[in-house]
Design a binder for this molecule. Structure first.
Ligand SMILES: NC(=O)C1=CN([C@@H]2O[C@H](COP(=O)(O)OP(=O)(O)OC[C@H]3O[C@@H](n4cnc5c(N)ncnc54)[C@H](OP(=O)(O)O)[C@@H]3O)[C@@H](O)[C@H]2O)C=CC1
Ligand SMILES: O=C([O-])CC(=O)C(=O)O
Length: 285
């Protein structure tokens, strides 16, 4: 046996090791492509077996550098090819991607978590067939602490999101309410409400608020402010939780990907989750 830096004994590889988990990725944008590339480079316990993209020709080009090429198929064809799907596509596609996996008793990792609120039946489908929907921490932080606090009593969860203007333009809430932010010179509070309302008004911008609400006291009791800030370069989220076990404040400044709405840490959160699935030492819940 060898000693690891943790002082834990490193035993020889287990003769009864589980086969690698077959992973499919639906959507090859800022999140999906990063996950695909990392899986292709090798991630313990997982193997990429299929991807889905809107434009298969463009996808073939994006995937041309993969060492282990995988089929590019329509989202309805993914399920037989994998044990788990990572949904990282536009929110409207959530049920079409996730439902076949849940019906087969498999796992669906959901990035478009805001769309779960309009598709709550997916939870019943998972329950009925032994599947599981996983909402990763994504672009946020501390959902382990929030779920722990929810085992006791949480009195309040407040979130304030500040984003650069380019991370918010085009959101339906702004269009429908005639709120123009393109030329603002000072920070502007553009929304004050609940994650349920934000999931409708900002479907591509505030998945994090819905994820937080599902971890804690739900999409109607969590409060949310959204600010457009022309001086910001990063998507920032500040969260305050008051519970009978603890009072805590968390903040994150997300460096955007090529998609200004999406932080770099989002894909990394999924990779961390996948790595834990077959790891002999698992840190964090
Ligand atoms: N939970 C969280 O913390 C976070 C969640 N998100 C959410 O995750 C999701 C993915 O984000 P991101 O990668 O930045 O988004 P992108 O817009 O960069 O990527 C989405 C991809 O889905 C592809 N797509 C469109 N239609 C289909 C289809 N029919 N079949 C397969 N793929 C399709 C798009 O292709 P094309 O470009 O050709 O149209 C695009 O490549 C979004 O819903 C986003 O809101 C993002 C950040 C954080
Ligand atoms: O919630 C989202 O969809 C994205 C987000 O705020 C971020 O990346 O910081």
């Amino acid at each position: 046996m060898t000693e690891t830096p943790l002082g834990l004994s490193q035993t020889p590889a287990c003769a009864r090791a589980l086969p690698p988990l077959r992973v499919a990725v639906a959507g090859l944008g800022a999140v999906g492509l990063k996950i695909v590339e990392a899986l292709d480079e090798g991630l313990d316990g997982c193997v990429l077996t299929a991807v889905s993209a809107r434009d298969k020709v463009a996808a073939a080009d994006r995937l041309s550098a993969l060492t282990h090429p995988v089929p590019v198929v329509d989202i309805g064809e993914l399920e037989p090819l994998a044990d788990l799907v990572v949904e990282c596509a536009p929110a409207a596609l959530l049920p079409a991607i996730v439902e076949p996996f849940l019906r087969a008793g498999k796992t669906a990792v959901v990035l478009s978590s805001g769309a779960l609120l309009a598709n709550e039946g997916l939870v019943a489908t998972a329950r009925a067939h032994g599947g599981q929907i996983v909402v990763p921490t994504g672009a946020l932080l501390g959902l382990d602490a929030v779920t722990a606090a929810a085992e006791g009593e949480i009195r309040a969860v407040r979130m304030v999101t500040r984003k650069p203007v380019r991370g918010l333009v085009g959101a339906p809430y702004l269009v429908e309410n005639g709120i123009a932010i393109e030329d603002i010179t000072d920070p502007l509070r553009i929304f004050h409400g609940t994650p349920r309302e934000a999931a409708v008004g900002f479907p591509a911008n505030l998945n994090v608020a819905v994820a937080l609400s599902l971890a804690g006291i739900g999409p109607d009791r969590t409060t949310l402010e959204i600010w457009a800030d022309p001086a910001l370069e990063r998507n920032t989220h500040r969260i305050e939780v008051e519970a009978d076990s603890a009072i805590f404040t968390m903040a994150i400044e997300n460096i955007p990907t090529d998609n200004p709405k999406t932080g770099r840490i989002t894909a990394l959160s999924v990779l961390a989750y996948l790595r834990k699935l077959r790891a002999p030492l698992r840190v964090g819940s």
